[in-house]
Design a protein around this ligand. Structure first.
Ligand code: FES
Length: 170
């Protein structure tokens, strides 16, 4: 009887261990996917970024002409904004990842759906608008062109020209 009890306990112990290991691996896989950069190609001053695998509310940072560029597939609950761009039917926010106050790199807080600059506490919404000073203006949108599910950073496409005409790119 004691042996039966012991082997039952062993079985449940092993089952629990296996379950925890599988759960842990799943978490690591999910975290790794979040850290993976989006596939991109750099050539002659342009960076082409494939956003088809972008996950909602995860900030991706690409380098373009020595500057960080934020690419964020904005959460669906965020209200539409003229600074948001349609890429393959999804809403994206694209901006140079430098604070418009003194040039620090703001961090994105997905739980609050905003950017916070650690240097002087400036805050930006997920569409780049200033939520809290001292930044004097929204995050800057770099020249871009939409090609299907890809973004070409550095090229002025029709979507960028539209934002430019509306005075929304700087
Ligand atoms: S550099 Fe960002 S708030 Fe000052």
């Amino acid at each position: 009887m004691a042996n039966e009890e012991q082997s039952r306990r062993d079985f449940f112990g092993k089952a629990l261990g296996a379950w925890a290991a599988v759960g842990g691996l799943g978490l690591l896989y999910a975290a790794k996917r979040t850290w993976d950069p989006l596939p991109s190609v750099k050539a002659a001053g342009y960076t082409t970024v494939d956003v088809s695998a972008a996950e909602e509310n995860v900030l991706y940072t690409e380098m373009w002409r020595g500057k960080p560029v934020f690419v964020l597939k904005v959460p669906k609950n965020i209200a539409d904004h003229p600074r948001l761009v349609d890429v393959g039917g999804e809403k994206f926010f694209i901006a140079i990842g430098l604070c418009t106050h003194l040039g620090c790199i703001p961090a994105y807080y997905p739980d609050q759906e905003k950017f916070i600059c650690a240097c002087h506490g400036g805050q930006f919404a997920a569409d780049g608008e200033v939520l809290k000073s001292p930044p004097p203006s929204p995050l800057v949108i770099p020249p871009f062109k939409v090609e299907g599910k890809k973004l070409v950073l550095g090229e002025e496409g029709p979507e960028y020209k539209k934002l430019k005409a509306a005075g929304l790119v700087a």
